[in-house]
Every structure is written in structure tokens, then in C-alpha cells.
Design a protein around this ligand. Structure first.
Ligand code: FAD
Length: 398
């Protein structure tokens, strides 16, 4: 089948890219290929559902600029297309003296990133926002919100199809051949031929990239994030979103409370090495994928350097009592029996050879291929902005 652009991956990044491309040039023939029978089945469909404001990210980084730009575009998109969302705000809570300088840094960073109406909170003021929280100080971030990203992704897909964009479900890309003027993409069912391939394969983005290039210097290491849910009768303990002060070395660690758009309150996620890239349960193991993770020199360096943090996360994964203890730092009255199983998501974390966990978005351009090799949180919030960036790179070639 002949086309102009083949997009691999029907998560929020692939779909946002597809839509942005069609909105800029409706005549382009685009097909998006997804291995599952449904869209947004992996990271996009199993995340915390938070519309991030951009307070955490280094000013000027791709993450910061895409988050703020993406935030504005996402909120406009949801309003225009009647996707339910709620800008309910969140609080970040310091529970120990040693966190106060980090809290102050976050406040400054938020201001540098252009957030408005941030407010430092005293212990008493925290309780006005969340009566059951115990903290010594905090920040109120009114711009943060919640949305169901599966809904958002499905809306992107609906609009893309309205532009005559095609989506092929249940087709896994197994081979890509770059020829002098074309590129062919083969799935287990058929072969597509186009002028450009855009790889948005999330947890498999490094493997798809390696189909066409040997210069990919990162490996995706899958980290499972496990959640609990508050039992219905305990949901009153959380009004909106309650976050701890993040560890600067591991900004994605630290369990938090999130009111979900579809109802209910989630607690989590933690972060443990998944023994399979799409391993949502502790018992999911793919020996070849696990061996690849363990054999990657960068992963071994991270594991050696941060074994204590990793063991803590593992311990909380196997011990509900330990998980509850982490939550009690924010809300002391939470008890183990207030929590029920809440499912899990798996993060695609790119890790380089030297043990660096790639923090920013990473896009690698080849002759007829654009690889999105790292799209970590807040890529759901930033999806329209990332899609805009990728489509600008793509359109230069047409
Ligand atoms: C636990 C967790 C919590 C998070 N919380 C938030 C949050 O609150 N807010 C936020 O903004 N972000 C959050 N994120 C991050 C966000 O969800 C991801 O950054 C975003 O969803 C990445 O989208 P994606 O399209 O790149 O990946 P995915 O959604 O994983 O999509 C990739 C797609 O590619 C497909 N694919 C893979 N290989 C192939 C192949 N060979 N052929 C065809 N298709 C293929 C997969 O099936 C998949 O559908 C969170 C992530 C996790 C895991």
C-alpha cells in the first residue's frame, strides 16, 4: 500500500502527531499502525490522568516548553471537543524540614516557567485545601488538572479519521527497509510504502528505531508503577491532588493521591523494574526482555548507584504495609484496609549506556525516519505540543 507518512504507535504521541500533521496539510496520506486491537492500551491508557502545569521541569528544557505549550493546547482542545476535564489544582506537601529548600526551589522554578497564582502554604493553610493532610509547608498549584487520557487519545483519533487519516489496528511492525527514495514498513499482515516513517512506539521505541539504525544509544527500561485505590467510603480523605516534594534524582518517584476524572481516588504509583516491557503484573516475565534490561551497561550502573532506592520501591511493591506507610506521610489517618488494588502502568524510561536516565524528550532524525525515543511524563499533557514539533520536522521533507 502506497502512502506519504507511516506512523507507528497508537498511543497519545502517535495520535497527536497524526492529527497535527493532517491539520497542517490535509492532503498528506497518512496511515497510523498500532499492534493492539485498541488505541491507547499502554502508557496512555494506564497513567495518572494528571494535566501537569510544568512546575517541575528545568526552565528552557524541551519538557518545560512542551509542557506549558501542550497544557494550553490540551485545555483548549478539551473545551472545543467536549472532552471532560477539571482544573482542580494540586498541592505539593513537605513533611520534613530537609524538604523545605527543595520546596522553595520548586516554587522559584514554577515562577520561571511562567505559572501563575502559585502560593506557598503554611501547615494550617494546607489544611484549608486538604483537611486530612499533615505537612509542615506546601505549594498550591492551581493550574494542575485531571483528564482521562484514553478519552483524549480517542478524540484525536476521531478527528484524524475525519481528515481521511487511516488507522490500522492489530498490526505489529516487524521490519522497516529504508530505500533510496522510499521506506517500507512491514507488519505481520502487509507492507506499507511511504516517504517517511515516524516511530512513536513507546515501550518499544528503541527496538523499532534499531530496525533502521545502529546508532541508538539508549535502551528502554520498563518501570512498573503500581496503584492502590481508596475504598469508596474513604474517598472523603482526598479532595483533589496531593503530591510529595519530588526527589531531584528521581522526579518520577514518590507516591501521591490523585482524584480521577472517571471517579475514585488513586494512590501511587511506585516504580519497580518490570520483568517484561508490557508487564502489568508482578508475575509477568519475558526472559529475553528481562535479560536485555539487566545486560544493558547503563541499567547496571543505575542499579549499582541507586540500589537502596530501588530496594525501597521493591519492598513497597511487595508489602502493602510499607506502601501504606509512605502514604501516611501525607495523610496519617490512612490505614492499610482503606486501600484496594488499583492496577498498574508501565513507564518507558530511556537509559543511556553510562547510566543516565534520559530526562528530556528525545527525537532522533534519520533520512526517512523520525524516532521518538523518549516520551516520558508529562508527554500526555504535552502531546499536542510534541505532535506539533514532530510534524514541523516531518513537513520540512514534503
Ligand atoms: C504510571 C504512569 C503514570 C503517568 N502519569 C502521567 C500523568 O499523570 N500525566 C502525563 O502527562 N503523563 C503521565 N505519564 C506519561 C504518559 O502516559 C506517557 O508519557 C505517554 O502516554 C506516552 O505516550 P506514547 O504514545 O509515547 O506511548 P504509548 O501510550 O505507550 O503508545 C505507544 C504505542 O505503540 C504501540 N506499539 C509498540 N510497538 C509497536 C509495533 N512494533 N508496531 C505497532 N505498534 C506498536 C503500542 O502498542 C502502544 O499503543 C504517566 C505514565 C505512566 C506509565
Amino acid at each position: 500500500m502506497n502512502t506519504d507518512i507511516i506512523i507507528i504507535g497508537g498511543g497519545i504521541v502517535g495520535l497527536a502527531t497524526a492529527l497535527q500533521l493532517k491539520q497542517r496539510n490535509a492532503r498528506l496520506r497518512i496511515i497510523l499502525v498500532e499492534k493492539e486491537q485498541e488505541l491507547a492500551k499502554h502508557q496512555t491508557g494506564n497513567n495518572s490522568g494528571v494535566i501537569h502545569s510544568g512546575i517541575y521541569y528545568k526552565p528552557g528544557s524541551l519538557k518545560a516548553t512542551n509542557c506549558i505549550n501542550g497544557y494550553n493546547q490540551l485545555v483548549d482542545f478539551c473545551k472545543k471537543n467536549e472532552v471532560p476535564f477539571d482544573l482542580c489544582g494540586k498541592i505539593i506537601v513537605a513533611t520534613e524540614e530537609k524538604e523545605l529548600p527543595l520546596l522553595q526551589n520548586l516554587f522559584t522554578r514554577g515562577q520561571q516557567n511562567g505559572l501563575t497564582n502559585l502560593k506557598m502554604l503554611t501547615s494550617a493553610e494546607l489544611k484549608e485545601f486538604e483537611p486530612h493532610v499533615a505537612g509542615i509547608a506546601g505549594i498550591s498549584v492551581p493550574q494542575t488538572g485531571i483528564v482521562d487520557y484514553k478519552n483524549v487519545a480517542e478524540k484525536y483519533a476521531e478527528l484524524f479519521r475525519k481528515y481521511d487519516g487511516e488507522i490500522a489496528l492489530g498490526e505489529q511492525v516487524i521490519d522497516i527497509q529504508v530505500l533510496s527514495d522510499r521506506v517500507t514498513v512491514s507488519t505481520q499482515k502487509q507492507t506499507y510504502s511511504g516517504k517517511l516513517v515516524i516511530n512513536c512506539a513507546g515501550l518499544y521505541s528503541d527496538k523499532v528505531a534499531r530496525l533502521t539504525t545502529s546508532t541508538v544509544n539508549v535502551k528502554i527500561i520498563p518501570f512498573r508503577g503500581e496503584y492502590y485505590k481508596l475504598k469508596k467510603e474513604k474517598e472523603y480523605l482526598v479532595k483533589n491532588l496531593i503530591y510529595p516534594v519530588p526527589d531531584p534524582n528521581f522526579p518520577f518517584l514518590g507516591v501521591h493521591f490523585t482524584r480521577m476524572m472517571k471517579g475514585g481516588v488513586e494512590a501511587g504509583p511506585n516504580a519497580v523494574l518490570a520483568f517484561q516491557r508490557e508487564g502489568y503484573k508482578k508475575s509477568d516475565i519475558n526472559l529475553s526482555e528481562l535479560t536485555e534490561s539487566l545486560a544493558w551497561p547503563g541499567f547496571r550502573k543505575v542499579a549499582f548507584k541507586y540500589w537502596k532506592t530501588g530496594m525501597g520501591e521493591m519492598y513497597r511493591s511487595f508489602s502493602k504495609a510499607a506502601f501504606t506507610k509512605a502514604l501516611q506521610k501525607l495523610i496519617p489517618e490512612i490505614q492499610e484496609h482503606d486501600l484496594e488494588d488499583g492496577g498498574a502502568g508501565v513507564r518507558a524510561q530511556a537509559c543511556d549506556r553510562t547510566g543516565g536516565l534520559v530526562d528530556d524528550f528525545m527525537i532522533l532524525e534519520e533520512k526517512q525516519v523520525i524516532n521518538v525515543c523518549n516520551a516520558p511524563s508529562p508527554a500526555a499533557t504535552s502531546s499536542l505540543s510534541i505532535g506539533e514539533t514532530i510534524s514541523a520536522l516531518a513537513l520540512k521533507r514534503f
